[in-house]
Design a protein around this ligand. Structure first.
Ligand SMILES: [Zn+2]
Length: 386
């Protein structure tokens, strides 16, 4: 097994920054090297000149970027996205998708399931995040109303089959009739039940958490707001350690002051930075089209021209980390964890990815002092060098 010793790094670990290096064996991390440790004789030594080294970033809620859509019927489109996004430090992601009706989603999942996994030189598609169709029309966000339907555990079984049992996360409005059985089905299949696009009351949300919901889809966006005599779903999220809250870290979907409130309520270990990015993320401002709707990208967000509704993010995950450091009072090591270790734990893949620990996939990112991505490794291979 070829071994590589990465030396002279500032390691970004969840509890702090420490000097040292990484010993990589094949596609795995073999161990962390202290500054005083001599690398093994058979290892190829790579001196990274004091740069930051953090675990590869993980985006668990993203619909596309670089001009590529993850809401596609073409597995090649997903592979092209994976080859593009890795340059931004993202080494794993969920394919967030949906569709206009049940048969449409079944067909789509079946068509693109072969893209789940990792192609050489690319980020890894961990599985699917199904956003809808079982969400509340009252909190539909940018979803066309005709796409939405009542929860059905039977239909979920068909979706999970079509995906090759690759549904990692399912967003559900838990207040809808039939949601309890659906939550049970998601949990029984090994998926993560998330609540989102929801008008749930505090009591309904607490019931859902007791039932097995462990994740919250883009916290604050497309959900009942917190009011002092009506705490709603957000009151439950902010006071329950059993759920991890996604936060779109662009400052446009959620004001940074509100992001700081969330951080104070939950702590970094229960907040996952996401992009909710749409296909024009990482491209220049301008007019475009998505899923048949005219849209405009401007000022850090994408809006639907018809009603000015925000339809998705346009930044990349590495930028959300820089935003958290700059605007959310979060130190770098915690901000980095919010986009790597925390989402890995929330999606129950922390035994494979998400930290600099022995036995995990050798996915890591090198950063300069301005926190810009300068080099990316996936499965022990250098796949990008800026
Ligand atoms: Zn989304």
């Amino acid at each position: 097994m070829p071994r590589t010793a990465i030396i002279n790094a500032r390691l970004i670990r969840e509890y702090g920054i420490e000097e040292g290096g990484l010993l990589v064996s094949g596609d795995r991390i073999e161990g962390v090297l202290s500054p005083a440790q001599t690398p093994p004789d058979d290892a190829t030594v790579v001196d990274v000149g004091g740069r930051y080294l953090g675990p590869g970033l993980i985006d668990v809620h993203v619909h596309g970027g670089g001009g590529f859509s993850l809401m596609s019927d073409d597995p090649e489109e997903i592979r092209r996205y994976a080859a593009w996004v890795v340059r931004r430090g993202v080494t794993s992601f969920l394919v967030s998708t949906s569709g206009s009706n049940h048969d449409d989603i079944v067909r789509r999942l079946r068509a693109v399931a072969p893209a789940i996994g990792q192609a050489p030189g690319s980020a890894r598609a961990l599985g699917f995040h199904l956003e809808g169709p079982y969400i509340n029309p009252v909190r539909k966000g940018a979803f066309p109303p005709r796409w939405l339907r009542a929860p059905s555990a039977d239909e979920y079984g068909e979706l999970d089959d079509a995906s090759g049992h690759n549904i990692t996360q399912m967003t559900i409005a838990p207040e809808l009739p039939g949601a309890d059985a659906l939550i049970d089905a998601v949990v029984a299949s090994g998926g993560v039940a998330a609540m989102g696009h929801t008008d749930a009351s505090y009591e309904q949300a607490m019931h859902a958490i007791e039932r097995g919901v462990t994740h919250v889809t883009h916290c604050f966006n497309a959900m009942r707001p917190l009011v002092h005599r009506d705490p709603g779903v957000l009151g439950a999220v902010m006071t329950s350690d059993a759920v991890t809250a996604e936060l779109i870290g662009d400052g446009a979907h959620v004001d940074y002051a509100v992001a700081r409130v969330l951080m104070r309520a939950k702590g970094h270990e229960h907040v996952a930075l996401i992009t909710d990015a749409m296909p024009l993320a990482g491209t220049a401002d301008g007019d475009g089209e998505w899923e048949g709707q005219p849209i405009r990208v401007e000022g850090g967000k994408a809006v639907r021209v018809a009603d000015n509704t925000i339809i998705g993010g346009v930044i990349t995950l590495d930028q959300t980390v820089r935003n958290a450091v700059a605007h959310m009072d979060v130190p770098l090591h915690e901000a980095w964890a919010m986009a790597s270790t925390v989402p890995a734990r929330a999606m129950r893949v922390a035994d494979r990815v998400g930290s600099l620990a022995p036995g995990l996939s050798a996915d890591f990112v090198l950063l300069d002092d301005s926190l810009s991505v300068t080099e990316v490794w996936v499965s022990g291979e250098r796949v990008y060098r800026g």
